[in-house]
Design a protein around this ligand. Structure first.
Ligand code: AMP
Ligand code: ZN
Length: 765
């Protein structure tokens, strides 16, 4: 009960003091009740009229002093006794006598009967039972009367409806505002009343959805008066939970809304706030500082409060809602009906969601593993994310652009038909994961991309798809391959050929094949071919630190990947002879171009975890859930729907090229070792140059004099490879790759242990 209750008053009507009256006296004392004693019926009535006791105890054991029924009737005759409990104390009957009926007592106006018992505890128990039962009910009834009295006199229009929206009560202010008499409204369903047509079409649905969930709604609503005029109201509708924990009523409080009204600025603050936000404020306040929305809005004089509301109001006047805002609103709404522990956990979720870097794990232990730190720092940062203060060193022309577009040493043109037999034989093996790209590199004099490209592109029908000749394709492959730096130990055209090989291998996997269409396939093969074109053999961080032309051109953001994608298109369209896109229509070109750019940019490592996590959350998890719930473990329609949606196809393509790009730890050991040596050599060369140029050393562990290649590979696999390939394997089913990965990892671990042992001082004799 929300009205505060005064201590309960008890009147004892006992002609004579005895152990029974004493027991009631002490029982009142124990219960904290106030107690009066009256000796005669007259003084009892007089005292009762003065104090309005909640409980009156009348001694009915000795009829020679007064008739208890008569005293009861006297008291009941007074108006205040309506809410009073009257208790008759009756004599104990010998066990052999029949129990008398209580009916005469009830008829006289008594509420209960107490069989004489002068134990204080017995009296106490009796009194508190009465307090917890009837006294409280009576109190609620009285409080209810007070509340309705308040409603009858308040300025705001109040309407109470049943759970089925049947009007049960309207106050006089409501009658005045709407021009109806209450008799015309009570018993009617809200739907029967004429509505204003000025509201947004979906407003009523919005309101109903909100309040039916047990949430308060407030906002602006146009109501239609009896006269037919519309009136703009500020409305707050609150569901009232009743018997059975269900919504039993809705209370609507309305006041006219006017832009000129001085108070409106304050109304607007809440009005413009949609229910979810309104709730979230209330929710947070409830837990943080125990102030609810109503008291907040009534603290209008508090400048801080007003500012906070007005900014919320401004945000919500935005008509376009970002998905993240929707998510936050849904969580806010869920918090409303959650236990505090859940709500607090959701608060933490919100905190995380509000940060921008949602997908990058925070490196917990910075100093733990220098190899991981350096790889993460070196690969996952560009100029904007990594550099701080004086680390940024501009050095003019430290990054010398070499002549990239040399095609002169590609003098010997090739078609699939005039490929030398030894190379053709080698290429026969191309569909196997274990295909040896290094042998092809040697056999083609470091031109594996053109040969492998011709074979793979032909196999996938790329020329037919693009309506281009094999000669154009060959010329294009030569131009692209010629723009890779043969001088890089890792990022040369053999790496591009390796990535192309992996991409083609993945595209032939059943799950991948059935997820993508031919345009996706063609885009993926082209993206793999060009994805590192003109790579200078230095990382993004290096280019940013060196203030290179490219870093300046691309604002220190995804410098290399932006360059690879942009240059690929420049090189392609520069000369019609090698323009593989020249015969496709504009729309197809745009779609293809978009897909290629997206895949090339996806190879940027700063967004590694974003791509992997999105793939896991949007594809692996939903597919696994369907697999678990369906009795048929084979691929089903639900899974196909997941795979084939445009958003998920985008994620599949990104994941595919990412995995192809760093698949070298999943290659047969011999190849894996070679790639590890090549990337290490490229990193060493960068460190050498950084030292020479006085630039920040991005990955100090990659120093050719001190580096442990096994350790760096273990870190690379642990941090970037294992989870990503687990996810990709779960989707595409790649047991062979996973086997190699595990074998290679063991190899690096053994090597590392052996090195550590050999470095350790010999055990003492
Ligand atoms: P990309 O430059 O497109 O080839 O992106 C892949 C990134 O992973 C590059 O920064 C490589 O340097 C790095 N990477 C690939 N393989 C290895 C490896 N075995 N060890 C360390 N880093 C690697
Ligand atoms: Zn690459």
């Amino acid at each position: 009960m929300r009205l505060t209750q005064e201590p309960i008053q008890v009147l004892l009507v006992f002609a004579k003091e005895d152990s029974q009256s004493d027991a009631f006296w002490w029982a009142c004392d124990r219960a904290g009740f106030r107690c009066n004693i009256a000796r005669t019926p007259e003084s009892a009535v007089e005292c009762f009229l003065d104090k309005h006791h909640e409980i009156v105890v009348i001694d009915g054991r000795h009829s020679r002093y007064f008739e208890p029924e008569a005293v009861c009737r006297l008291i009941r005759a007074t108006k205040p006794s309506e809410n009073t409990v009257l208790l008759a104390v009756v004599p104990q009957k010998p066990p052999d006598q029949e129990e008398p009926s209580v009916l005469p007592l009830l008829c006289a106006g008594f509420s209960r009967r107490y069989v004489e018992n002068s134990s204080v505890s017995a009296c106490y128990n009796e009194l508190i039972q009465i307090e917890h039962g009837e006294v409280r009910c009576q109190f609620k009834l009285r409080a209810c009367n007070s509340v309705f009295t308040a409603l009858e006199h308040c300025q705001e229009a109040v309407e109470i409806t049943s759970e089925d929206h049947v009007i049960q009560y309207v106050n006089p202010a409501f009658e005045r505002m709407m021009g109806y008499h209450k008799g015309e409204l009570i018993g009617k369903e809200l739907t029967e009343l004429p509505k204003s047509d000025k509201n947004r079409a979906d407003l009523l649905d919005t309101i109903n959805t909100c309040i039916k969930k047990g949430k308060e709604w407030q906002g602006i609503y146009y109501a239609r008066k009896k006269s037919g005029d519309s009136i703009q109201q500020h409305v707050k509708i609150t569901p009232v939970i009743g018997q059975g924990g269900k919504i039993r009523h809705f209370v609507a409080i309305k006041r006219p809304h006017s832009d000129n009204n001085k108070q409106v600025s304050q109304c607007e603050l809440t009005v413009l706030t949609p229910p979810t936000e309104c709730h979230s404020l209330r929710h947070r306040d409830r837990r943080k500082d125990s102030v609810d929305a109503r008291s907040l809005s009534s603290r209008g004089s508090d400048g801080k409060t007003n500012r906070r509301y007005s900014s919320v109001a401004r945000i919500h006047s935005m008509t376009i809602e970002a998905p993240i805002t929707k998510v936050i609103n849904i969580i806010n709404a869920a918090q409303e009906s959650s236990p505090v522990t859940v709500a607090e956990a959701l608060d933490r979720v919100l905190e995380i969601l509000r940060t921008t870097e949602l997908y990058s794990p925070q490196l917990a232990s910075k100093e733990d593993d220098p190899h991981t730190n350096d790889l993460v720092g070196g690969l996952m940062s560009d100029g904007l994310r990594r550099l701080s203060g004086n680390e940024y060193v501009f050095s003019k022309s430290t990054f010398q652009r070499t002549s990239y577009y040399i095609t002169d040493h590609l003098a010997i043109p090739v078609t699939l038909n005039d490929v030398p037999p030894s190379i053709a034989e080698m290429l026969d093996d191309e569909e196997r994961w274990e295909f040896n790209i290094l042998e092809l590199e040697a056999a083609t004099h470091k031109r594996p991309l053109t040969y492998l490209g011709l074979k793979i592109f032909t196999g996938f029908g790329v020329c037919e798809f693009l309506s281009c000749s094999e000669a154009t394709l060959r010329s294009w492959l030569q131009v692209i391959e010629g723009s890779y730096h043969a001088s890089n130990s890792y990022h040369n055209s053999t790496h591009a050929a390796d990535v192309l090989h992996a991409t083609a291998y993945f595209l032939r996997k059943e799950r991948v094949k059935s997820s993508l269409d031919q345009l996706d396939e063609v885009a993926a093969l082209i993206a793999a071919t060009v994805h590192d074109v003109d790579h200078p053999g230095r990382t993004n961080s290096f280019l940013c630190n060196a203030g290179s032309e490219l870093a300046i051109l691309y604002n220190d953001t995804a410098v290399l990947e932006s360059h690879h994608a942009a240059l690929a298109f420049q090189l392609t369209v520069r000369d019609s002879k090698s323009n593989i896109f020249k015969n496709i229509d504009r729309n197809q070109f745009r779609t293809l171009r978009q897909a290629i750019i997206d895949m090339v940019l996806a190879t940027e490592m700063t967004r590694h975890f974003e791509h992997v996590n999105k793939f896991v959350n949007s594809i692996n998890k939903p597919m696994a859930a369907i697999e678990e719930s369906s009795s048929n473990s084979s691929d089903c329609e639900g899974q196909a729907n997941i795979r084939n949606s445009p958003e998920n196809r985008l994620l599949i393509k990104r994941m595919m090229i990412k995995c192809a790009d760093v698949a070298n730890p999943c290659r047969p050991l011999e190849l894996c070792i070679e790639w590890a040596g090549r990337i290490s050599e490229e990193y060493f060369a960068q460190t050498d140059e950084e030292k020479r140029q006085g630039l920040p050393v991005v990955m100090p562990v990659f120093d050719r004099n001190t580096c442990s290649v096994p350790k760096s590979q273990i870190s690379f696999i642990d941090y970037f490879i294992t989870d990503m390939f687990d996810a990709w394997d779960a989707f595409a089913s790649l047991p062979g790759l996973m086997e190699h990965l595990s074998e290679n990892y063991k190899y690096w671990k053994n090597l590392d242990e052996m090195k550590c042992k050999s470095l350790r001082p010999p055990p003492p004799p």
